[in-house]
Design a protein around this ligand. Structure first.
Ligand code: NI
Ligand code: MG
Length: 457
């Protein structure tokens, strides 16, 4: 008889999800689905609110990613105001975005995924968590907690609080940086960079041990999407959209975020509250692409900071051919490279004399009826798109969340891992942990990604 294995809840991710594996009579895996089981629905209940409330409202989507929503939402509001924000405000927003990237990537790597990497996929699930890491390698655990704390501190120093700061506002930021705050952030950088570089060096020694997982964790060909700078370099706050295909050819380049609807469509399925974005010119469901750290590093011609550029060159050596790095297992590697890039960038921005400039906010009323804001959240490209009526009230919202872009790829990934490791005639816990672990590579944030509405089940 055919049967279904259900993995519920999927552990060590942000939010609530279930994985189902359909097994044939022979014990082979016929199908695998990743179900998002929670529902948030911000796209619908924000309708009717004044657009200036959107940054504070949408930041509540999630306690891990409030800064990412704050930034994309304010960028959509800048667009509604039809203003260019002052250069210093942009630099300050960038610092906060990098603080968010550091805290979120540290959480993913140390707290959520290092138990698998350090203790092994088949280790006792009772110990396979951050507490088990503390027992096995106390320094690694301490480093992870410290690095996340530094990322959070950057957000707190700039925004006044760690979670849901309101310092970023339409047109810029609300308060200029003081010398005291600048020094407080600079003082943390040497410790942060030491931890980031040590962790990177340590992880490089682990990678060869996971050759088998790297070969089976979501290696099916997909495209990659991310923002890049106008020069084609790594970008997290602004920039233009680039899509590379599975062979590394650029299929879309320098696409203004305003034109995203030409290239990205959204589908819904009856088994999940998460939408299924796809690349429009190829169509659904074949137009599969990935976003996030792996995509950003595959797409970037260079990082632009010294140590991160060395690490980027090493990243490209993970695979023998010259194409994009295809295994989703290498999201971990890419995350560590990005932490280094973020810290080097924070230091550079803080040392810019212009960073203390008090001109930080452009003031205007609503000058457009439609606004689009796109930035790179830790997990990938985050799109906020609003329409407002003549009274400045929101009439329509679309949020395309980083985790959503990866939905098709995550579903393909669990199928591949299940095919490689799950024997339906003798199911072991470690097999199912590997199926969960491919999801952890993407570091999905499900609270953020649960807005399917309209044709939803
Ligand atoms: Ni989130
Ligand atoms: Mg929608």
């Amino acid at each position: 008889m055919s049967r279904t294995i259900s993995i519920e809840p999927v552990t060590r991710i942000e939010g609530h999800a279930r994985i189902t594996l359909q097994l044939a009579e022979t014990g082979e895996v016929e199908d695998a689905n990743f179900h998002l089981t929670q529902f948030r629905g911000f796209e619908k209940f924000c309708e009717g609110r004044p657009y200036r409330e959107m940054p504070a409202l949408t930041a509540r989507t999630c306690g891990i990613c409030p800064v990412s929503h704050l930034l994309s939402s304010n960028k959509a509001c800048d667009d509604l105001l039809a203003v260019t924000i002052p250069p210093t405000a942009e630099k300050l927003r960038r610092i906060m975005n990098f603080g968010q990237l550091v805290q979120s990537h540290a959480l993913s790597f140390f707290h959520l995924s290092s138990p698998d990497l350090l203790l092994g996929w088949d280790s006792d699930p009772v110990k396979r968590n951050i507490f088990g890491v503390m027992q096995t390698d106390p320094q690694l655990a301490k480093n992870g907690i410290r690095l996340r704390q530094i990322g959070q501190s950057i957000i707190e120093i700039l925004g006044g609080k760690k979670i849901h700061p309101t310092w970023v506002v339409p047109g810029g930021v609300s308060d200029a940086l003081t010398e005291e705050k600048r020094q407080a952030m600079l003082a943390m950088m040497p410790d942060a960079l030491r931890i980031a570089k040590e962790t990177y060096a340590f992880f490089k020694t682990l990678v060869p041990k996971f050759k088998d997982e790297a070969e089976h964790f979501g290696t099916k060909p997909t495209m990659f999407m991310s923002l890049v700078t106008p020069k084609g370099n790594l970008e997290h706050y602004d920039g233009l959209l680039r899509i590379k295909d599975a062979q590394g050819r650029i299929v879309e380049d320098m696409v203004p975020p305003r034109d995203y609807q030409r290239i990205i469509g959204e589908a819904v399925e009856d088994y999940s509250y998460m939408k299924f974005p796809y690349y429009k010119p190829i169509g659904y469901p074949k137009g599969i692409y990935r976003v996030g750290p792996l995509a950003r590093l595959n797409n970037a011609d260079a990082c632009g900071t010294p140590f991160a550029d060395v690490a980027l060159a090493e990243f490209h050596m993970l695979q023998e051919d010259s194409g994009p790095i295809t295994s989703s297992f290498h999201y971990h590697y890419a995350r560590l490279v990005e932490i280094i890039f973020a810290l080097e960038s924070i230091e550079r921005l803080l040392k810019d004399p212009d960073i203390l400039n008090p001109r930080i906010r452009a003031r205007a009323r609503g000058n457009r009826s439609e606004g689009i804001g796109v930035s790179e959240a830790p997990r990938g490209t985050l799109m906020h798109h609003y329409k407002i009526d003549d009274h400045g009230l929101i009439s329509w919202v679309d949020l395309i969340i980083a985790t959503g872009h990866n939905n098709l790829a995550m579903n393909a990934g669990i199928k591949q891992v299940a095919d490689a490791y799950v024997d339906g005639n003798d199911v072991k816990e470690g097999m199912l942990n590997r199926v969960e672990a491919v999801i952890r590579c993407y570091d999905p944030c499900l609270s953020c990604a649960s807005h399917a509405f309209g044709q939803m089940p």
